[in-house]
Design a protein around this ligand. Structure first.
Ligand code: KG4
Ligand code: ZN
Length: 361
């Protein structure tokens, strides 16, 4: 199935199967996709999470995450094959998260992927985790229109990206100047004593609260502020001050209202800036991706505001928003469909891999 053109370039056609391996944070993911004329199709996947082991620390402990990846990797890969009805090893290429992420955690995935690629004699592509979050949407909704504006909201990143081509042309339009949206969720959950990860817990509690109960600040929304950048550390501090003032006065914290009002501030800023950027840049399609894209209020408000602005909106189903191996396989699929040079034998984890770099050397 492999045809070479420029020396070393691998280009695969419909029917090719790609294994994706993810290990950048606390989820060990393996997913299999098949290339079709309409883009990558998800065959099956498995995810093992170590989040329970981090809960009592209120955030991910890198050494614990690395160890958990090591313990979960082979079983996760084997299960992904079983779920996909593909015989183990019957793949045409492997994609693995090269970065960004935790150094030790990345290394486990890269080492495993190298071993599988050598054993099965298939090309290996070290790919960008952030491109993976966006590519996840193509598993559900098909190829992205060019260009598409992506709002990428995860535990480590909050960015607006212009996507001209998932196989290589991604440009940052805006980013957070301090905390990521998911980080703000996790920190607010921690200060409310709700556990880790904070996003799903706050999402759930917010449903019973009043989003207008407390007017928390909307970062970087003044007339002089960078229109496409984000800031969430002031919001987190405002929540902390609010909670402290109630506790000092001996009152009980209205947790549901705090969650709903915090969540409203996050969703309001994210969607307002996204719609503004798409409109200013003349981009007609928006995709929301990353773990925070699983958030109920963000999904609803994005739907409402994109419709009002005449923008097409795509959001992967919640299970494809949080970290998984299928999204990494999807990046691999876009790369081999376009023709790409596999990563070399010195491929390693790159904790600070820039978003514009989809494929590692
Ligand atoms: O993309 P992801 O799985 O991992 C990273 O690449 O960081 O995102 C994880 C983040 C965490 O901060 C988590 O609290 C947040 O996504 N998250 C949510 C929801 N589900 C996960 N945030 C808000 N609402 C949710 N339903
Ligand atoms: Zn992620």
């Amino acid at each position: 199935m492999t045809t070479s053109e420029a020396p070393g370039v691998v280009r695969l056609g419909p029917g090719a199967v790609i294994l994706g391996i993810e290990s950048s944070c606390d989820e060990t993911g393996a997913g299999l996709v098949r290339l079709t004329d309409a883009g990558p199709e998800l065959l099956g996947q498995e995810i093992a999470s170590s989040s329970d082991q981090h809960a009592r620390f209120g955030g991910v402990v890198p050494e614990i995450a690395s160890r958990a990846h090591l313990e979960a990797m082979t079983h996760t890969v084997r299960t992904a094959f079983a779920r996909s009805d593909i015989a183990p090893g019957r793949v045409d290429a492997i994609a693995v998260t090269s970065g960004p992420g935790l150094a030790g955690a990345l290394l486990v995935g890269v080492a495993a992927a190298k071993a599988y690629a050598a054993a099965w004699d298939v090309p290996l592509f070290g790919v960008n985790h952030l491109a993976g979050h966006v590519a996840a949407d193509t598993l559900e909704h098909g190829p992205l229109p060019r260009p598409t504006l992506a709002l990428l909201v995860s535990g480590g990143h909050t960015q607006l990206l212009r996507i001209d081509d998932l196989a290589g042309r991604i440009t940052e339009v805006g980013t957070t100047v301090d905390d990521a949206a998911g980080e703000a969720y996790d920190k607010v959950a921690r200060l409310l004593g709700l556990g880790y990860p904070g996003g799903p817990i706050i999402d759930q509690l917010a449903a019973a609260g009043d989003p207008a109960a407390i007017r928390f600040p909307r970062g970087l929304t003044g007339p002089q502020d960078a229109p496409y950048d984000f800031s969430f550390s002031g919001l987190k501090t405002a929540v902390a001050r609010f909670v402290e003032s109630i506790e000092r006065a001996g009152g009980s914290v209205p947790v549901e209202d705090v969650c709903a009002s915090f969540q409203e501030a996050v969703a309001d800023v994210l969607t307002a800036k996204t719609v503004r950027a798409a409109t200013d840049l003349g981009i007609g399609t928006v995709v929301v991706a990353g773990g925070v894209a699983a958030n109920g209020r963000l999904r609803a408000l994005a739907r409402e505001r994109c419709a009002a602005a005449g923008l097409a909106l795509r959001i992967p189903r919640p299970g494809l928003c949080t970290d998984n191996g299928a999204m990494i396989a999807a990046v691999g699929a876009h790369l081999v469909a376009a023709g790409a040079r596999p990563s070399g034998p010195f491929l390693t984890g790159d904790p600070a891999m820039p978003v514009a770099r989809v494929l590692a050397d």
